[in-house]
Design a binder for this molecule. Structure first.
Ligand SMILES: NC(=O)c1ccc[n+]([C@@H]2O[C@H](COP(=O)([O-])OP(=O)(O)OC[C@H]3O[C@@H](n4cnc5c(N)ncnc54)[C@H](O)[C@@H]3O)[C@@H](O)[C@H]2O)c1
Length: 267
């Protein structure tokens, strides 16, 4: 598949969405970063003459998400010069702009129903042939895409970036049973050649590869410690954590929510 990616829409401006947006901007891509509409007006803003129709107020969540991420150490952006490549907006007012994007990447909260609801909106506005992907840490890609249009389903894939995306090279590519092989090949190749990632093809199983191995090892270590095992088994499982850590180099940044979620899947 031949495809030129000029502009990427990133949906969700939390830790992952904002830092993925920065990673793309670092590489010279234009990015549209969207998040929820802000529907709260502080007394301070009210006194300044703002109201809930003011654009800056409507985009407050997305701006706060990006600003907070930019304060991170290490900083997700190479140079402030790349920041103008990122434009911001909200799901209510600006979803129409995704029709001008070549890849729509979702990074909202790890909740299958919320992701499905958002993708139903995306399905209304995206142009046919656009790539769509989810940064989910472990939700089934097949479940997320269920109910979407045919063109959406064949262009949809899991693209699991690790935190922080500027530094961690692993990128899991997770097709569903609907994803076109061309799309998978493209993402596998593009991740390596244009996004400076080590792409790895995963099955659509809970936790995919890295989280599945890493969480197993981590939970095993906790269980062995709880059972006061004083033999070599704790070393064994922490070594697997170390293995995941060096292969994927990521556990220090892993969020509690994802850890809980994948843990729940494994029981
Ligand atoms: N944090 C990590 O280390 C990490 C690593 C890899 C993958 N992920 C995955 O990336 C995704 C985002 O994780 P994160 O850590 O950036 O989360 P986060 O909590 O930092 O951000 C979540 C985003 O979801 C938005 N959101 C909240 N409720 C919403 C709703 N009802 N509708 C639409 N959007 C809503 C928030 O405004 C926010 O922008 C998740 O799927 C997570 O599993 C996280």
């Amino acid at each position: 598949m031949k495809k030129t990616i000029n502009k990427i829409a990133v949906l969700g401006s939390g830790i992952m969405g904002s830092s993925i947006a920065c990673h793309f901007a670092n590489l010279g891509f234009k990015v549209l970063l969207l998040d929820r509409l802000n529907d709260k007006l502080s007394a301070n803003d009210h006194n300044k003459g703002y109201n809930l129709q003011t654009s800056a107020i409507r985009n407050q969540l997305v701006r706060d998400g990006l600003d907070k991420t930019l304060l991170g150490k290490p900083c997700p952006i190479f140079s402030a010069k790349s920041l103008p490549l990122i434009s911001i907006g909200n799901f209510e007012d600006d979803m129409i702009q995704i029709s001008g994007c070549d890849w729509i990447l979702e990074a909202i909260i790890e909740d299958v129903n919320l992701k499905r609801k958002l993708f139903a909106e995306v399905d209304k506005f995206r142009k046919k042939g656009t790539l769509i992907s989810s940064n989910t840490s472990g939700i089934s890609i097949g479940k997320i895409v269920d109910g979407r249009s045919e063109d959406f389903k064949v262009h949809f894939c899991g693209t699991h970036f690790f935190n922080p995306p500027r530094y961690l090279t692993l990128l899991e590519i997770i097709p569903s049973t609907f994803t076109k092989p061309d799309v998978v090949d493209f993402l596998m190749r593009y991740g390596e050649t244009h996004l400076s990632k080590d792409t790895i093809l995963c099955k659509d199983t809970p936790g995919f590869i890295a989280n599945r191995i890493g969480i197993f090892a981590m939970v095993s270590a906790f269980q062995l410690a709880e059972n006061r095992c004083a033999d070599g088994r704790i070393n064994w499982s922490t070594k697997i954590c170390d293995f995941s850590n060096s292969r994927c180099n990521r556990f220090g940044y892993f969020r509690e929510s994802s850890r809980w979620f994948v843990g729940k899947f494994k029981r």
